[in-house]
Design a binder for this molecule. Structure first.
Ligand code: FE2
Ligand code: FE2
Length: 166
Protein backbone atom coordinates (compact mmCIF):
# COMPACT_ATOMS: atom_id res chain seq x y z
CA UNK A 1 0.00 0.00 0.00
CA UNK A 2 0.99 3.62 -0.53
CA UNK A 3 0.49 4.87 3.06
CA UNK A 4 3.97 4.02 4.43
CA UNK A 5 5.56 5.75 1.43
CA UNK A 6 3.96 9.10 2.28
CA UNK A 7 3.27 8.88 6.05
CA UNK A 8 5.64 11.76 6.89
CA UNK A 9 4.25 14.04 4.17
CA UNK A 10 0.62 13.17 5.00
CA UNK A 11 1.23 14.48 8.54
CA UNK A 12 3.08 17.60 7.39
CA UNK A 13 1.21 20.86 8.23
CA UNK A 14 1.55 22.05 4.60
CA UNK A 15 -0.41 18.98 3.47
CA UNK A 16 -2.83 18.84 6.42
CA UNK A 17 -3.94 22.45 5.85
CA UNK A 18 -5.10 21.58 2.32
CA UNK A 19 -8.15 19.91 3.93
CA UNK A 20 -9.43 23.50 4.20
CA UNK A 21 -8.41 24.68 0.72
CA UNK A 22 -10.59 24.44 -2.38
CA UNK A 23 -9.55 22.83 -5.66
CA UNK A 24 -12.06 22.00 -8.46
CA UNK A 25 -14.82 22.79 -5.92
CA UNK A 26 -13.67 19.92 -3.64
CA UNK A 27 -11.00 19.98 -0.94
CA UNK A 28 -7.47 20.15 -2.29
CA UNK A 29 -6.57 17.34 0.11
CA UNK A 30 -9.20 15.05 -1.48
CA UNK A 31 -7.80 15.91 -4.92
CA UNK A 32 -4.18 15.26 -3.96
CA UNK A 33 -5.03 11.94 -2.25
CA UNK A 34 -6.91 10.83 -5.36
CA UNK A 35 -3.80 11.60 -7.38
CA UNK A 36 -1.75 9.56 -4.87
CA UNK A 37 -4.02 6.51 -5.30
CA UNK A 38 -4.05 6.72 -9.11
CA UNK A 39 -0.28 7.31 -9.23
CA UNK A 40 0.35 4.26 -7.07
CA UNK A 41 -1.56 2.06 -9.52
CA UNK A 42 -0.22 3.70 -12.68
CA UNK A 43 3.40 3.49 -11.52
CA UNK A 44 3.40 -0.28 -12.14
CA UNK A 45 2.00 0.14 -15.68
CA UNK A 46 4.54 2.89 -16.52
CA UNK A 47 7.37 0.95 -14.78
CA UNK A 48 8.03 4.10 -12.73
CA UNK A 49 9.39 4.43 -9.20
CA UNK A 50 6.39 4.13 -6.89
CA UNK A 51 7.85 6.08 -4.01
CA UNK A 52 8.74 9.05 -6.24
CA UNK A 53 5.29 8.94 -7.87
CA UNK A 54 3.24 9.01 -4.67
CA UNK A 55 5.46 11.60 -2.97
CA UNK A 56 5.18 13.88 -6.01
CA UNK A 57 1.41 13.28 -6.09
CA UNK A 58 0.74 14.36 -2.51
CA UNK A 59 2.65 17.63 -3.02
CA UNK A 60 1.89 18.45 -6.65
CA UNK A 61 -0.60 21.32 -6.13
CA UNK A 62 0.79 23.02 -3.00
CA UNK A 63 0.64 26.81 -3.36
CA UNK A 64 -1.06 26.41 -6.75
CA UNK A 65 -2.88 29.72 -6.16
CA UNK A 66 0.41 31.58 -6.44
CA UNK A 67 0.81 30.60 -10.08
CA UNK A 68 -1.16 30.14 -13.27
CA UNK A 69 -2.30 26.94 -14.98
CA UNK A 70 1.09 26.67 -16.68
CA UNK A 71 3.37 27.90 -13.86
CA UNK A 72 1.98 26.40 -10.66
CA UNK A 73 3.82 23.13 -11.30
CA UNK A 74 7.12 24.97 -10.95
CA UNK A 75 5.91 26.61 -7.73
CA UNK A 76 4.85 23.29 -6.16
CA UNK A 77 8.12 21.70 -7.33
CA UNK A 78 10.00 24.37 -5.42
CA UNK A 79 7.87 23.76 -2.32
CA UNK A 80 8.73 20.04 -2.57
CA UNK A 81 12.43 20.89 -2.73
CA UNK A 82 12.18 23.12 0.35
CA UNK A 83 10.49 20.21 2.17
CA UNK A 84 13.61 18.16 1.42
CA UNK A 85 12.32 16.06 -1.49
CA UNK A 86 14.88 14.85 -4.04
CA UNK A 87 15.18 16.27 -7.56
CA UNK A 88 13.15 13.36 -9.06
CA UNK A 89 10.05 14.40 -7.09
CA UNK A 90 10.29 18.05 -8.16
CA UNK A 91 10.99 16.99 -11.77
CA UNK A 92 7.73 15.02 -11.83
CA UNK A 93 5.71 17.84 -10.25
CA UNK A 94 6.94 20.62 -12.54
CA UNK A 95 5.30 19.10 -15.66
CA UNK A 96 2.07 17.74 -14.16
CA UNK A 97 -0.11 20.17 -16.16
CA UNK A 98 1.19 18.95 -19.56
CA UNK A 99 0.13 19.80 -22.34
CA UNK A 100 -0.29 23.15 -20.54
CA UNK A 101 3.28 23.86 -19.49
CA UNK A 102 6.43 21.77 -19.85
CA UNK A 103 6.54 18.18 -21.15
CA UNK A 104 7.45 15.45 -18.64
CA UNK A 105 11.03 14.20 -18.86
CA UNK A 106 10.67 11.10 -16.67
CA UNK A 107 8.34 8.11 -16.30
CA UNK A 108 7.28 9.48 -12.91
CA UNK A 109 6.39 12.77 -14.60
CA UNK A 110 4.12 10.94 -17.07
CA UNK A 111 2.45 9.03 -14.25
CA UNK A 112 1.62 12.31 -12.52
CA UNK A 113 0.22 13.86 -15.73
CA UNK A 114 -2.18 10.95 -16.27
CA UNK A 115 -3.10 10.52 -12.58
CA UNK A 116 -3.84 14.25 -12.23
CA UNK A 117 -6.11 14.24 -15.30
CA UNK A 118 -8.10 11.21 -14.08
CA UNK A 119 -8.34 12.66 -10.56
CA UNK A 120 -9.57 16.00 -11.92
CA UNK A 121 -12.37 14.21 -13.77
CA UNK A 122 -13.23 12.27 -10.60
CA UNK A 123 -13.27 15.55 -8.62
CA UNK A 124 -15.85 16.92 -11.03
CA UNK A 125 -18.06 13.81 -11.12
CA UNK A 126 -17.94 13.64 -7.29
CA UNK A 127 -18.97 17.30 -7.11
CA UNK A 128 -21.84 16.82 -9.58
CA UNK A 129 -23.18 13.67 -7.90
CA UNK A 130 -23.05 15.45 -4.52
CA UNK A 131 -25.28 18.20 -5.90
CA UNK A 132 -28.28 15.88 -5.57
CA UNK A 133 -27.86 15.52 -1.82
CA UNK A 134 -26.68 19.09 -1.18
CA UNK A 135 -23.37 17.74 0.17
CA UNK A 136 -21.29 19.35 -2.63
CA UNK A 137 -22.66 22.84 -2.03
CA UNK A 138 -22.29 22.52 1.77
CA UNK A 139 -18.66 21.45 1.32
CA UNK A 140 -18.03 24.22 -1.21
CA UNK A 141 -19.45 26.78 1.20
CA UNK A 142 -17.25 25.46 4.02
CA UNK A 143 -14.16 25.64 1.81
CA UNK A 144 -14.99 29.21 0.72
CA UNK A 145 -14.91 30.19 4.38
CA UNK A 146 -11.72 28.34 5.32
CA UNK A 147 -9.60 28.83 2.19
CA UNK A 148 -7.53 32.02 2.72
CA UNK A 149 -7.68 32.71 -1.03
CA UNK A 150 -11.49 32.94 -1.01
CA UNK A 151 -11.65 34.71 2.35
CA UNK A 152 -9.28 37.36 0.89
CA UNK A 153 -11.38 37.60 -2.25
CA UNK A 154 -14.51 38.27 -0.14
CA UNK A 155 -12.67 40.97 1.84
CA UNK A 156 -11.51 42.65 -1.39
CA UNK A 157 -15.06 42.56 -2.79
CA UNK A 158 -16.48 44.13 0.41
CA UNK A 159 -13.76 46.84 0.33
CA UNK A 160 -14.65 47.67 -3.30
CA UNK A 161 -18.35 47.83 -2.44
CA UNK A 162 -17.59 50.11 0.51
CA UNK A 163 -15.46 52.40 -1.66
CA UNK A 164 -18.30 52.65 -4.19
CA UNK A 165 -20.84 53.80 -1.62
CA UNK A 166 -18.55 56.31 0.13
FE1 FE2 B 1 -2.13 21.31 -10.73
FE1 FE2 C 1 -3.76 18.45 -9.46
Amino acid sequence: MYEPLIADLAAHPRVVETRHHMHHSVSKHDHMMRVVRYSYRLARIFRADRRTCVRAAILHDLDSRLGTLSTHGAIAAEVAATLGEPHEVSAAIISHMYPIGPKPTTREGWVLVVADKIASLTDMTTFVSGLFTGQSLRERQRLCQTDPFYAGKRRRRMRRLWQNVT
